[in-house]
Write a protein that binds this ligand. Structure first.
Ligand SMILES: Cc1ncc(COP(=O)(O)O)c(C=O)c1O
Length: 500
C-alpha cells in the first residue's frame, strides 16, 4: 500500500538514526561533523548528523527496497508518473540517462537546437546522432522559444528511424511547446518523448501553469526539484512512464551515470519538498503567481523596460508561458542584460538568475514574499529613472544561423584535434562546445562548422563579459577543432540535418 503524502520516509529514517545515537564506523569520515568542526559550526550540527550513507535502515539508491523506494513511490504519485528516481547530480545526469536509455550508438534523436549542454553530453556519451529542429525565435528578445507540432511531424517524416523526441518543458525563459500534441504525434509514430523539465518541477501543482511532462503523457522526464520545487541544489527527479520505454533499462542506465554515494541531505530535501508540494503545492504556487503578477503589473508602465509576456505566444511552437519567470528586456534603456545584472548587484544588492545581451531573468519562487518583490520592483523603477532612455541597440538581437553539422558530436569529440585562434576558426569543425552560462545553450557543438556569424557573436558575448564555457581555453581565445575531418568517414545518410 502506498504511504500518505504527509510521510517523509528518508527524512524520518535519518532523524531516527540520529536519535538512536548510533556509533558510526562508516563513511563519511567526518563522522557527523566531529572531523570537520569549523564547517560544522557554521552549517549546524543537524546538517552534519544526517550526512550519512547507505547503511541499515537508510536503503541503497542503486537498488532501493525500503526507505528510498517508498520515498520514490510517493514522488511518482505526486508528479503523476509510473516511477520516480531520485537524482543527486542534478537534471544533467537525468538528461544523460534519458538519452542513453533510448538511443544506442548511431540512433537518431530529434531535439531542439536550443537544448541545454547536458543534452549534448548525453549525445556524446550515447553516440546518438542529433536531428536538430530549429525552435521559433523571438527577434525582439533575441531568444529561442518552443517547437511546433508541424516541425516535429516533418522531422519524423524525414527521419522515420528516430528513436525519440526531446522536448524542453519549459525553456529557461519559461516558454512551453505544445507538448501533449507532440506526444500524440510521436506515439502515433511509435517514438518515445523525453522531456527536459529542469525548469518545470512546479508545473504539476497549479493549473494556470503550462502542462507538466507527466500530465502530457511523456515517457521520461527529468526535473530539477532544486530549481523551482524547493529542494536543495543538485537534487532532481527522473520520472518514467511505462509503454514506449523500458523502465528497467532506464534504471540500469541510471546506475551507470549516478554516484553510489548519494548525499542523504539531498535525498531528504527531495522527500520534504515532495511532501510540501503534494500537500500544499497549489497554495504555494498560487501565491507565487500572485507575486509575479504584481511585479508584471508594476513594471508594465516603467519606461524602457519590456517584459516577456503572453503576447509573444502563438498557436504553433510557443503555446504557454510560465509567468513566474520575469524576463526584463532593457535594450530601450541602452543597457545590456549583463550590465543590468551587475548594476543591480553592485548598487542594490540584488542578484538576478541570468542575463544575456539585452535580457535579465528574475525568478519569483515559493521563497519570495511581498517585501522581496517590492525591493526588486523599486530597484528596477529606479534604474529606469537613472538611465536616460536612449534606445540604442548596440548589438543585433537575432541569434546566429544554426551551423552545419558535419560530424557526429561523438566523432568530433573523440577525434584528433588542433588548437586555432577563434578568429581564424571560420570553416573549421569544432571539437568543443561554446556557450554562455547560464543559460548553457551551445552556440556551437562538437561536429559543427564555424561560421563568421558565430565567431562574431562569440566575440560580442566576450566583449559583454558574459560567462562563456565549454572550451578548454577558458578565455575562448583558442578553440579545439577537428584535425583531419576528411579522414573520419561516416555514412552520409546518417548525418543529422536541421529541420527548419
Ligand atoms: C534547460 C536546462 N536543462 C537542464 C539543466 C541541467 O539541470 P541541473 O542544473 O539540475 O543539472 C539546466 C540547468 O540550468 C537547464 O537550464
Amino acid at each position: 500500500m502506498i504511504a500518505s503524502q504527509e510521510e517523509t520516509p528518508i527524512f524520518r529514517a535519518l532523524k531516527k538514526y540520529v536519535a538512536d545515537s548510533v556509533l558510526p564506523f562508516h563513511v563519511p569520515g567526518h563522522k557527523q561533523g566531529r572531523g570537520l568542526p569549523e564547517f560544522t559550526q557554521f552549517v549546524g550540527q543537524n546538517v552534519m548528523n544526517i550526512d550519512l550513507t547507505a547503511v541499515e535502515g537508510l536503503d541503497n539508491i542503486c537498488n532501493p527496497i525500503s526507505t528510498i523506494k517508498k520515498a520514490e513511490e510517493l514522488a511518482a504519485a505526486a508528479w503523476g508518473a509510473d516511477y520516480a528516481h531520485f537524482l543527486v547530480n542534478g537534471t544533467t545526469s537525468g538528461i544523460q540517462t534519458m538519452i542513453m536509455s533510448v538511443c544506442a550508438p548511431g540512433d537518431e534523436l530529434i531535439l531542439p537546437r536550443n537544448a541545454h549542454k547536458s543534452a549534448t553530453g548525453g549525445i556524446i556519451l550515447s553516440g546518438a546522432r542529433p536531428v536538430y529542429i530549429e525552435p521559433d525565435i523571438d527577434d525582439y528578445f533575441g531568444i529561442a522559444m518552443g517547437i511546433s507540432v508541424e516541425k516535429v511531424v516533418r522531422a519524423l517524416q524525414q527521419h522515420p528511424r528516430a528513436k525519440a523526441i526531446f522536448v524542453i518543458n519549459p525553456t529557461y525563459y519559461g516558454v512551453a511547446s505544445p507538448l501533449a500534441d507532440i506526444v500524440r504525434v510521436a506515439h502515433a509514430h511509435g517514438v518515445a518523448v523525453i522531456v527536459d523539465e529542469a525548469h518545470g518541477a512546479h508545473l504539476r501543482f497549479h493549473p494556470a501553469l503550462p502542462q507538466s511532462g507527466a500530465e502530457a503523457g511523456a515517457d521520461i522526464i527529468a526535473t530539477s526539484v532544486h530549481k523551482l520545487g524547493g529542494s536543495l541544489t543538485q537534487s532532481s527527479l527522473l520520472l518514467v512512464n511505462e509503454g514506449f520505454v523500458d523502465p528497467k533499462r532506464v534504471k540500469t542506465v541510471l546506475n551507470l551515470t549516478q554516484t553510489t554515494s548519494p548525499s542523504y541531505i539531498l535525498l531528504a530535501s527531495l522527500d520534504v519538498a515532495r511532501k510540501q508540494l503534494a500537500t500544499r503545492g497549489y497554495q504555494l504556487v498560487d501565491r507565487t503567481l500572485q507575486l509575479a503578477s504584481w511585479i508584471r503589473q508594476q513594471l508594465s508602465e516603467v519606461p524602457g523596460i519590456t517584459l516577456l509576456d503572453e503576447t509573444v505566444l502563438n498557436d504553433e511552437g510557443s503555446m504557454a508561458l510560465d509567468p513566474i519567470k520575469i524576463l526584463v528586456n532593457t535594450r530601450e534603456l541602452g543597457i545590456s542584460g549583463h550590465e543590468l545584472e551587475r548594476y543591480l548587484r553592485v548598487h542594490y544588492n540584488i542578484q538576478a538568475e541570468l542575463s544575456d545581451l539585452y535580457n535579465t531573468l528574475f525568478l519569483v519562487t515559493i521563497g519570495d514574499d511581498e517585501q522581496t518583490v517590492q525591493t526588486l520592483v523599486d530597484a528596477l523603477k529606479a534604474v529606469s529613472k537613472e538611465r536616460e532612455q536612449c534606445n540604442i541597440v548596440k548589438y543585433p538581437t537575432y541569434l546566429p544561423e544554426l551551423p552545419e553539422l558535419v560530424l557526429s558530436p561523438k566523432e568530433a569529440f573523440y577525434s584528433e584535434t588542433r588548437l586555432v585562434s577563434i578568429d581564424k576558426a571560420e570553416g573549421e569543425i569544432s571539437a568543443e562546445m561554446v556557450m554562455a552560462y547560464p543559460p548553457g545553450i551551445p552556440l556551437i557543438c562538437p561536429g559543427e562548422r564555424f561560421t563568421r556569424e558565430i565567431i562574431d557573436y562569440i566575440n560580442i558575448l566576450k566583449k559583454e563579459q558574459l560567462n562563456l564555457q565549454g572550451t578548454e581555453d577558458l578565455t575562448v581565445t583558442k578553440i579545439k577543432v577537428v584535425k583531419n575531418p576528411a579522414q573520419i568517414s561516416l555514412p552520409q545518410e546518417s548525418f543529422a540535418r536541421v529541420v527548419g
